[in-house]
Design a protein around this ligand. Structure first.
Ligand code: 6PG
Length: 456
């Protein structure tokens, strides 16, 4: 019988949990994995009338109701193309193949075109929330058009997380690579906020001499405020965790090298290509790279010693967190705005704020205010102008204590630059014109000018 409503290929944790999520809503789900053992394991542990496993890809495809909807939860990259080729002989015109991984949006656009030639619909869908989100309710960012949406609305609404109003955290974002683009920027913001959390932690352990458990209290307070977020909540958990063997705080035993799979870098490259200053995301990405220079850091630290003196600075951390996170979001939104214009996506930012309110890694109560900002056409500087004094205290104290604040400094400088009508770019133009005759514009007359600088 061809009555499975959805198919999932790739049963690593994310795929398996997503399949269980569908099945738990009484949505008949077919699963397939290259190695059948994984399928068997899932079915043995969780199989029921709504979760059906298949050994052959052909049987899996044939078990699906038309137009078929198949979500690929396989590693981004060549594996996606490989699965499309494997599926192709068994699919029918009008079927949907949905890539639920962190694929690069340009690859998604190529696959949309290629699948169109095969008579198939290819959809890139960002999924956020990690293992737990996949199982209990992720935030979904599908590149689905409004026309196609009725075919998906019912099933995706059921498995998605809920926003603060109780609506499903999913919306049809449009055609092509838009879903994966929005997810890429989501991850860029994720990088920036995580880096800022790490900077607050670093300041407290070095300048204030607090242990991880004491630093957790600061984030606990943030969690009780209107700036509560998933990332600050899990920071409390991570900071408080003790190593069973040694009884020490586990975070103190974790090697200080932060890995990355690429999405922060992609966001940064996109920002450079589009001329959008997403400086907090870039600094966060580069900080992860810098963290890997462990040997160099060790060697240089022997030459340049540090002593930390608590200058008794007392700072409202809630305001600091709010300022930094807001700038990370704003920079991400600025990039999305530009991309939306360039690709004619017509992104609805009220909706983007809404679908990030539940399930995803960057969910926070602050998204209510950001959503209001878009609704009312408010200026983002109004949201955080009152936090500036506190941020200054933090930057000052960190500077005096020689603590690096890459992401917070980027946020602070962004705020200062964006609220200053006079940028020193006039001098840069003068210099460019001096050595390269690159010309400049003037503020007192129209036109393009070149000065003969060598003429006294
Ligand atoms: C999510 C996460 C998820 C993944 C990141 C990690 O939204 O659920 O963003 O997609 O955890 O890709 O990325 P890095 O390994 O680059 O930190």
């Amino acid at each position: 019988m061809s009555d499975n409503q959805i198919g999932i290929i790739g049963l690593a944790v994310m795929g398996a949990n997503l399949a269980r999520n569908f099945a738990s809503r009484n949505i008949k789900t077919a699963v397939y994995n290259r190695t059948f053992q994984r399928t068997e394991e899932l079915i043995n542990n969780h199989g029921n009338e709504f979760l059906n496993g298949y050994e052959k890809i052909e049987d899996f495809v044939n078990s699906l109701a038309k137009p078929r909807k198949i979500i690929l939860m396989v590693k981004a990259g060549a594996a996606i193309d490989q699965v499309i080729e494997e599926l192709k002989p068994f699919l029918s015109e009008g079927d949907y193949v949905i890539d639920g991984g962190n694929s690069f949006y340009e690859d998604t656009e190529k696959r949309v075109k290629k699948c169109k030639e095969y008579g198939l619909n290819f959809i890139g869908m960002g999924i956020s929330g990690g293992e737990e989100g996949a199982l209990k309710g992720p935030s979904l960012m599908p590149g689905i058009t409004k026309e196609d949406w009725p075919k998906f609305e019912n099933i995706l609404d059921q498995i998605a997380a809920k926003d603060f109003q109780g609506q499903a955290c999913v919306t049809p974002l449009g055609y092509g690579g838009v879903g994966h683009y929005v997810k890429m920027v989501h991850n860029g913001i994720e990088y920036a906020i995580m880096q800022m959390i790490a900077e607050i932690y670093d300041y407290h352990r070095k300048v204030k001499g607090l242990d991880a458990g004491q630093i957790a209290e600061i984030f606990e307070k943030i969690n009780q405020s209107e700036n509560q977020s998933f990332l600050s909540e899990i920071t409390v958990q991570v900071l408080r965790r003790k190593d069973i063997e040694s009884g020490k705080f586990l975070v103190d035993l974790i090697l200080d090298r932060a890995s990355q799979k690429g999405t922060g870098g992609w966001t940064s490259i996109e920002a450079i290509k589009n001329g959008i200053p997403t400086t907090t995301i870039m600094e966060a990405t580069m900080s992860r790279s810098l963290s890997f220079l462990k040997n160099e850091r060790n060697n240089f630290s022997k030459i340049i010693g540090r002593t930390f003196n608590d200058d008794e600075a007392s700072v409202d951390w809630n305001q600091i967190y709010r300022f930094g996170s807001s700038i990370a979001f704003i920079q991400g939104f600025e990039l999305l705005k530009e991309a939306s214009k360039e690709h004619n996506w017509d992104l609805d930012f009220v909706e983007v704020c809404r679908i990030w309110q539940g399930g995803c890694i960057i969910r926070t109560k602050m998204l209510i205010e950001l959503q209001e900002m878009f609704k009312k056409g408010q200026k983002w500087v109004e949201l955080i102008q009152n936090n500036l004094e506190e941020v200054k205290k933090f930057i000052l104290s960190s500077t005096q204590n020689e603590i690096a604040l890459p992401a917070f400094s980027a946020a602070y400088n962004y705020f200062l630059s964006m609220t200053d009508k006079d940028h020193p770019a006039n001098l840069i133009q003068g210099l460019r014109d001096y050595f390269g005759a690159h010309t400049f514009e003037r503020i007192d007359k129209e036109g393009i000018f070149h000065e003969n600088w060598l003429n006294e």
